[in-house]
Design a binder for this molecule. Structure first.
Ligand code: GRF
Length: 215
């Protein structure tokens, strides 16, 4: 099977990027990381890429430039690197149809809640404020909405009485590091299809007794 090339879009710390790099190096993820692109020149994620000799590009948005123009520059970079799949790993920009049409059903995002609950920012705080007993993370294909689009994979974690926003965020982040690579690997194996807004994973029927109760 052809090894696909991925491009990872980042804005900051890059722990999800690191997990992807580590999984590729361990052989657990069979893709080539063709380029890391950041909209922030000082993102630590760029240093992570450099340390592993992965092409790292900073594309800073220019003042008063329409989002579409910014995305066109990103698309040109991705195409020049022959990227097949785009992975948004803590990329803090809203993307436009320019990118989505260049990569239809080929832009993934990781989000630290069980979507469609709690889209947006500071979602761990929202989970605590609402008193939900479970939260988690979601990898989904990106569409034109905000944190919407077909859901590929989710991981669930309990919310504990003693949790602070940071403690819950850390518990969720740990699972993000697992499920993003898993989603990418399933895609790379050609097992992911999107139909009527739902994602189906070939060869994974699941079990109907996976129940979680908390407390
Ligand atoms: C993660 O929680 C991700 O879900 C969200 O931004 C955070 C990025 O973390 N979109 P990192 O930069 O990968 O460490």
């Amino acid at each position: 099977m052809k090894r696909i090339k991925i491009g990872v879009l980042v804005s900051g710390w890059g722990s999800n990027l690191q997990a992807i790099i580590d999984n590729i190096e361990k052989g657990a993820l069979s893709v080539d990381l063709a380029v890391v692109i950041s909209d922030q020149a000082d993102a630590y994620a760029l240093e992570r890429a450099n340390k592993h000799n992965i092409p790292a590009v900073s594309i800073g948005p220019k003042k008063n430039t329409p989002r579409e123009e910014y995305d066109a520059v990103v698309v040109a970079e991705l195409r020049a690197r022959q990227v097949d799949l785009v992975c948004m790993a803590g990329f803090m920009r809203i993307i436009t149809p320019v990118l989505l049409q260049a990569y239809p059903d080929r832009v993934m995002n990781i989000h630290p809640s069980l979507l469609p609950t709690f889209p947006g920012l500071r979602v761990q705080k929202k989970a605590l404020d609402h008193g939900v007993k479970f939260s988690g993370c979601t990898v989904h294909f990106v569409d034109e909405g905000m944190d919407t689009g077909p859901i590929i994979i989710q991981a669930v974690v309990p919310v504990l009485d003693s949790d602070t926003e940071d403690v819950l965020a850390e518990r969720i982040l740990k699972q993000e590091h697992t499920i993003f690579s898993r989603a990418i690997q399933l895609f790379a194996e050609g097992r992911v299809t999107v139909k009527d807004g739902r994602v189906f994973v070939q060869g994974h029927e699941g079990r109907n007794n996976d129940v979680l109760i908390n407390p």
